[in-house]
Write a protein that binds this ligand. Structure first.
Ligand SMILES: C[S@@+](CC[C@H](N)C(=O)[O-])C[C@H]1O[C@@H](n2cnc3c(N)ncnc32)[C@H](O)[C@@H]1O
Length: 317
């Protein structure tokens, strides 16, 4: 008889494996996807409202300002696949602008939060069919059968693409192309290069909400993997990595210490860090080149007057 594994069990196992492997590395690192449990998603929403965090309000303004053109690009009857949907607040703007969207598939690794988002969108857009899908977009997965193939439009806002390295970005672009099919389109929100103090401040706010978001990863390890991290012995740090053109988030160990995670022990030197997220920043040409390399044709870049953020409209063929 075929045995099915509960997706939550599979996710818990994947989390344990990533934490064990990441803490055993010479340069400790944890994949940023694990920042988003229920508490992490709530904290991220609080980040989007901070003065320093310009990406959300800038992308929101772009979608509002260019709604008619974006709707014309997406076409009628769109089947919208959204990667890393989160609270999908900006998606409401897009759904309002679109001409009779047929179906919405929000995709996110944070399953509980996704359910809440789907329920809110269902209430707000009562004629729209909604098929939420809990999945990790950095691995291969199928779009459920029954989701019409045309006309599919992928939406990947929030500059979440910046959390992927170059190899992951190319793999993601090709996965997304397979999901939408040869007639498909995509819209990707990309944070653009700008002065370094503005970039770093967006990940190191005065109210310390981003610090709480980053430290919640250790709290999650403690909650879900019997971890023994002492949260007051780690500090949040945001730093610019010029070679990678990325703002990196780290957790710095404030002293020499040892932790255990589900029975395995890991040593920290004072000042040693765990790298928890990179947020890559692109020039318009840099992102266009990468997307073209990933098999996409760029049709438009909608931007704000200060060119802080770009929403790229792209075709699969
Ligand atoms: C930066 S937030 C953006 C949220 C929202 N789209 C926005 O624009 O405000 C990233 C979102 O992607 C989700 N996410 C991160 N890594 C993921 C992965 N590997 N697979 C699926 N979802 C992921 C998170 O749970 C979170 O909701």
């Amino acid at each position: 008889m075929l045995q099915t594994v509960d997706p939550r069990t599979r996710q818990a196992e994947a989390f344990r494996m990533d934490v064990w492997a990441g803490l055993a590395r010479r340069r400790k690192a944890l994949p940023s996807r694990w920042l988003y449990d229920d508490r992490g998603c709530e904290l991220f929403e609080a980040i989007t409202r901070l003065e320093e965090y310009y990406p959300t309000r800038t992308e929101t303004a772009i979608l509002q300002m260019h709604g008619a053109e974006i709707a014309a690009f997406c076409g009628e009857d769109a089947v919208l696949l959204e990667y890393g949907a989160g609270a999908a607040l900006k998606t409401e703007i897009l759904l309002d602008a679109l001409d009779a969207p047929r179906l919405y598939v929000p995709i996110d690794i944070a399953g509980n939060f996704l359910k809440q988002t789907a329920a809110r969108i269902r209430q707000r857009f009562q004629r729209l069919q909604i098929r939420p899908l809990a999945a990790d977009f950095t691995a291969d997965f199928e779009i459920p059968s029954g989701v019409p193939l045309t006309p599919r439009v992928a939406f990947f806002p929030g500059s979440t693409i910046g959390n992927l390295n170059e190899a992951e970005t190319l793999a993601f672009l090709s996965r997304m192309r397979a999901h939408v099919g040869p007639q498909g389109k995509a819209m990707i929100g990309v944070d653009l290069k700008k002065d370094i103090p503005t970039l770093v401040a967006a990940y190191d706010d005065k109210k310390r909400v981003t610090a709480a978001f980053n430290l919640n990863l250790l709290a999650r390890v403690n909650r879900e993997l019997r971890g023994t991290f002492m949260l007051d012995q780690y500090a949040h740090e945001a730093r610019w990595n010029d070679a990678e053109s990325a703002v990196e988030m780290h957790l710095v160990s404030l002293q020499c210490q040892r932790v255990t995670v589900d029975g395995r022990s890991f040593a920290f030197a004072a000042g040693e860090t765990i790298h928890t997220e990179s947020s890559r920043k692109y020039s318009p040409d840099g992102f266009s080149g990468l997307a073209q390399h990933g098999g996409w044709r760029i049709r438009a870049m909608w931007t704000d007057p200060q060119r802080r953020f770009g929403v790229f409209g792209m075709c699969a063929a």
